[in-house]
Design a protein around this ligand. Structure first.
Ligand SMILES: *Cc1c(COP(=O)(O)O)cnc(C)c1O
Length: 365
């Protein structure tokens, strides 16, 4: 066994530098300030809120699911005056609604939006909202926790000022880090703060001195997690992002075709469905928790329950990163059909796998 090297060891410093480069490639950005924050995806959310928001700042947050609500909570804890722009769960936030909020605000500091709402399966378009935010002098913040390395995330092309993700979803590494990136404009806003960042641990000025050339100790880097993320990011770049996006689209198309053929209904707004997270309506009279328990017990497949208003009503099926594979789609469709039929649900039997196959054939052209 090799010992874990130190967080200032020259060999580790080389890993840090290479990792920053890999993360820039994955985020599609040239941003200097790109690194993994210590902590899960939520620490990425908090590092952005804690560094960009000061007491009394007006902040516009799109809330169409659990994670938009989490950002609003984070922002409020930093003293922001939060304007929530709400949409029905499963639907996207319309740019017009953001524009109305921007016009109503006196001096909006930032607009925050969830790119992939994991609680609902909605895939939020970013570009138009980003253009609106900048037109009103606000920074654009994007939660890419479930989107990075599954669907396109174009930090520079979409003019995103601060973006965060996690390690355990699209990147398929263990949980524990939050890749983040800050644009020059975001760092300028940090430098112009009137008050100190309220969080010592997440103060980007100090963390930046460790991840930058100064290498000033701030907190001990989670070395082994950084190795894992380094390897995961390397695998993503080796596969190529475009290929990875295509793989997610293809497997989701097959999953959706199979679920439809079985007679199950997808919940997220048509035309704005994520490939990596599908929400499915639980049929009337079915004990949703029992279905999940049987999937796990008999087939070793874990799907997730609904959150908030979707509790008991919706299943969430993840096809993220490494798990996004044809064998998983086929196994799940067959397993779900067996379990639901065994519970006495009347469904179209024997059609799901053929529909999924047809979708794969269509994708192969
Ligand atoms: C999972 C998730 C988070 C929180 O990430 P953790 O790693 O659980 O802290 C935030 N936003 C979205 C959209 C998520 O899916």
């Amino acid at each position: 066994m090799s010992p874990v090297i130190g967080h200032l060891d020259p060999d580790f410093v080389k890993v840090m530098e290479d990792l920053k480069g890999l993360l820039r490639a994955v985020f599609r950005t040239e941003n200097e300030m790109t690194f993994p924050a210590s902590g899960t995806g939520s620490s990425g959310m908090e590092i952005i809120a804690a560094n960009l928001i000061e007491d009394g700042d007006e902040v516009i947050v799109g809330v169409n699911g659990a994670f938009g609500a989490r950002f609003a909570d984070c922002a409020e804890r930093q003293g922001a005056k939060v304007h929530k722009v709400e949409a029905q769960w499963g639907h996207i936030i319309e740019p017009g609604a953001i524009e109305t909020a921007l016009k109503a605000a006196r001096n909006p500091k930032l607009v925050a939006i969830v790119h992939a709402e994991t609680s609902t399966g909605a895939h939020q378009p970013i570009e138009e909202i980003s253009a609106l935010a900048h037109r009103h002098g606000a920074l654009m913040v994007v939660d890419a926790v479930t989107s990075l390395a599954c669907v396109p995330v174009e930090v520079d092309r979409w003019n995103i000022d601060a973006c965060f993700s996690c390690t355990q979803k699209g990147l398929s590494a263990p949980p524990g880090l939050a890749p983040v990136t800050f644009s020059a404009a975001a760092m300028d806003a940090v430098r112009k703060r009137r008050t100190k960042c309220r969080s010592w641990y997440l103060d980007i000025a100090m963390i930046g001195s460790y991840w930058g050339s100064e290498r000033v100790y701030h907190h001990t880097a989670p070395i082994t997690m950084i190795y894992a993320l380094y390897e995961a990011a390397r695998i993503v770049i080796e596969e190529r992002l475009e290929e990875r996006w295509r793989r997610h689209r293809t497997n989701a198309a097959a999953l959706h075709a199979g679920l439809n053929a079985m007679g199950l209904k997808l919940v997220a707004q048509e035309g704005h469905r994520l490939p990596q997270l599908s929400t499915v309506a639980v049929p009337e009279g079915i004990d949703e928790a029992k279905v999940r328990a049987e999937l796990l017990r008999l087939f070793n497949i874990e799907i997730a329950a609904g959150l908030g208003p979707f509790k008991g009503k919706v299943w969430r099926i993840g096809l993220m990163g490494e798990s996004c594979r044809r064998e998983n789609v086929t196994l799940l469709l067959g397993a779900l059909e067996q379990i639901l039929a065994g519970m006495g649900l009347e469904l179209a039997r024997g059609k799901a796998l053929a529909a999924a196959d047809a979708a794969y054939a269509a994708a192969a052209g």
